[in-house]
Design a protein around this ligand. Sequence first.
Ligand SMILES: Cc1ncc(COP(=O)(O)O)c(C=O)c1O
Length: 378
Amino acid sequence: MNLVSIEKKRHEAPYRQFVEQYGSPLLVLDCDTLRTRYRELQLALPNVGFFYAIKSLPEPAVLVTLLQEGAGFDLATTGELGLMRSVGARPEATIHTHPIKRDQDIRDALDFGCTTFVIDNIDELLKFTAYRAQAELLLRVSFRGKDAAVDLSRKFGCGRQDVPAMLAEAAQLGIRIKGLSFHVGSQSMTSAAHVDAIRACRPFYTPGAFVGAEHLTVLDIGGGMPVDYTQHVLDLNEFCKPINAALAEYPQRVRIIAEPGRVLSAPIMKSISTVMGRALRGGLWWYYLDDGVYGAYSGQIFDHAEYPITVFSDDAERHPSVLAGPTCDSIDVITELAMLPAMNIGDIVVGEQMGAYTLATACEFNSIPRPRLVVINR
Ligand SMILES: Cc1ncc(COP(=O)(O)O)c(C=O)c1O
């Protein structure tokens, strides 16, 4: 469940200013926080090249800021490719990471100039026979991290035991597999799964050990780095220390890359919503906000996320309360049974860490528009 904290009413002022200027509900995206976060990640993983996972927050302001920082981009669809094209990204700084693609998707990416693709099975490998002169592949391997909130190795990735046969088949077809990739799951609470996967991939990088091993010059360690939601997570440096130690066992010729999404996008956005109605039902105060799980809080459904929420009041008394969203659907509840001060129509509610998989998955159910995006510190 989301965690609600209560702050003094005077702390509401900066958020009220936003609402007065732009209306409600809002998502406020801070490009300065993104710059800081990107630089922290670079320091925490100094020998890793980053390809931002666009899917977590596909906003042009994010892409432009990261372009200026020199980041690369992980795109997975022709739509995301269009976004990269629209912000003027260099195609060489993009990788296409969807393990399952239509022929048209491959052609669109090659047309743009993106030449690195991910595959995880023979049928997908065969699709590249026609493009072997241009395309280079990463073979995604499945490693299921038990500490992750979102399992991304259930749906994608070949078994470790399948790697030699895939490398051999690619060599036979004249298709270049230049490395292995994995994603141990999103919001991974420890780096143990990253470390295990990095170690498990290491033997494949010994030339002569397997057919095609001599061509492996890249290792892609995916995403999965966690952020503080309602549970405190390891500091980024602490999280990355064991990863760096495991990566140090790779030869110099192997370029290490990663596809971070959440760790960059989550902390850069706050949600601001407003109480638009209230009702006392069976002893419970129901507060209806103008944003909910079909809007900025969609990550509650799609991303298994629980957000730190703040309300503002000087009252000492607390009452059992529910924070609900604006749609007619009963699933649209943000927080059940929180002990909250009495709130009024017009009061403001703030959600933190709301950049990743929130706006990206919001929809317009009940014809309620998505929250307005306000970008600051461009
Ligand atoms: C292929 C791929 N790469 C990277 C990411 C980003 O992962 P995270 O947000 O955990 O960093 C995802 C998330 O779904 C993904 O599917």
